[in-house]
Design a protein around this ligand. Structure first.
Ligand code: ARG
Length: 457
């Protein structure tokens, strides 16, 4: 069949070229946005007297019929169509005859596709924000249910200082809150209407871009028609925000993978979110976390594909830009899938406070507290630090811990040390006394919980 645009050429194209050119396989996902956008367009054309009200009504009814039929499955996509825009117009014309051919007045696929993407991403980013709020709520619940569990905090993956597990897990809530903020910021720039820019230069018809934007719920209208059809910054920004979501998920994943190992046993995942081995009968693997960690690369790849596709593209529309969709959709799907398993996985996760406490008891993670104790006894920090280090050395040589090192040994290193040292280096004391703002003390953790809850209300 000859193409809709036959005229300048015969419109008879090679089959391989058709397949190569066609985007309906993936842009069919935009059918609702495409149809809703066309309805607003028809309404605007009538309001401006460019089309008769009767024609516009016929178009709007016809479009509604196509939408209903696609929703119900009564109408299926024609996979040989060039793209979703051509498909909808083609069905409309088949159903309505001549009047269907009037829809594309004062419009181009260039502003149409930009509109469809913005409508789609406005909704998709809201949906991901909602999922993120759910994830953050699950993290806060884990923190609240395990408020007092003490674990070793790590630097360089070496035991460093005692912390509350709730404090540690809330660090992730802070990351995901920033992700929410980034999504909201990005949404402001998605929420700008490109429609009415037409192919690139605007139009000779007396259109009302403000009206069309308003009908579609946009907060603003793109100010330069060339930019309106060329801009995909909003896609890049969204994928950048999603890349950070994945980066955060991958860090949490890595910790869950470590924590579920026999070496740590800090947490136990519900059977519902683990897998077994085909050969080793004893295995319980944290596949969901591993997959989320692995899929992070995929979303970064989508971002890189987009940035590279746009690099050096001359204004205005170029067909290269059709490549935006698969990258954006893949990133959205990936993040959505990950969040879909992560939230219930955290909700059903068990925290093993004893294993954490046990780990906190070795590794001399109260050595800083010993130094701080000596500072309170009047030593300069650097001298206190040195003595504490020597005492750790004594422990290692004699196979004990700071809590069991005899007082005489302490006093041999520093006479100012008294019996009260043992209370000072008790793990619970170490945690309770880290009262600085944002620190690991229970009051600080309470404040953090209240803050996060307030943010996701
Ligand atoms: N399928 C195209 C895309 O996704 C729609 C815009 C086509 N515009 C054009 N001038 N060929 O980018």
């Amino acid at each position: 069949m000859a193409k809709m645009w036959a005229g300048r050429t015969s419109g008879v194209t090679d089959g391989a070229a058709d397949d190569f050119n066609s985007s309906i396989r993936f842009d069919c996902r935009l059918y609702r946005e495409d149809i809703v956008g066309s309805m607003a367009h028809a309404a605007m054309l009538a309001a401006q007297g460019i089309l008769s009200q009767q024609d516009a009504n016929a178009l709007i009814d016809g479009l509604q019929g196509i939408l209903d039929d696609l929703d119900s499955g009564a109408l299926s996509f024609d996979w040989t169509a060039e793209d979703i825009h051509m498909f909808v117009e083609q069905v409309l014309t088949e159903r309505l005859g001549e009047v269907g051919k009037k829809l594309h007045t004062a419009r181009s696929r260039n502003d149409q596709v930009a509109l469809d993407m913005r409508l789609h991403l406005r909704h998709a980013s809201d949906a991901i924000a909602e999922q993120l709020r759910g994830l953050i709520a699950a993290i806060v619940a884990v923190a609240e249910e395990n408020k007092s569990a003490v674990m070793p905090g790590y630097t360089h993956l070496q035991r460093a200082q005692p912390i509350l597990f709730s404090h540690h897990i809330l660090a992730y809530a802070m990351m995901f809150l920033r992700d929410l903020d980034r999504l909201a910021d990005c949404r402001r720039r998605i929420d700008v209407s490109p429609i009415g820019a037409c192919a690139l230069a605007g139009t000779t018809y007396d259109t009302d871009r403000q009206m069309e934007a308003k009908l579609l719920g946009f907060s603003a209208v793109a100010r330069n028609s060339i930019d309106a059809v060329s801009d995909r910054d909003f896609c890049v920004e969204l994928l950048s925000a999603l890349s950070l979501v994945m980066m955060h998920l991958s860090r949490l994943s890595e910790e869950l993978i470590l924590w579920t190992s026999w070496e740590f046993r800090f947490v136990t995942l519900s059977d519902a979110f683990t897998t077994g081995s085909s050969i080793m009968p004893q295995k319980k693997n944290s596949d969901m976390a591993e997959l989320a960690r692995g899929k992070t690369g995929r979303v970064y790849g989508d971002l890189m594909a987009l940035l590279t596709m746009l690099k050096g593209l001359p204004l205005a529309y170029d067909k290269d830009m059709q490549e935006d969709k698969e990258a954006v959709f893949d990133a959205l799907d990936t993040v959505t899938m990950c969040l879909n398993v992560f939230t219930p996985m955290l909700q059903s996760m068990r925290v093993n406070a004893e294993a954490m406490y046990h780990a906190a008891q070795s590794g001399f993670i109260n050595a800083t507290d010993l130094a701080d104790y000596l500072v309170r006894k009047g030593l300069p920090f650097r001298s206190a630090y040195k003595i504490a280090g020597e005492l750790v050395g004594e422990c290692i040589r004699s196979g004990c811990v700071l809590e069991t090192l005899p007082l005489e040994t302490y006093r041999r290193h520093c006479e100012r040390i008294d019996e009260d040292v043992f209370a000072a280096i008790d793990l619970l004391t170490c945690v309770r006394t880290r009262i600085s703002e944002g620190g690991t003390s229970p009051e600080s953790v309470e404040n953090q919980i209240a803050y996060v809850k307030e943010q996701i209300k």
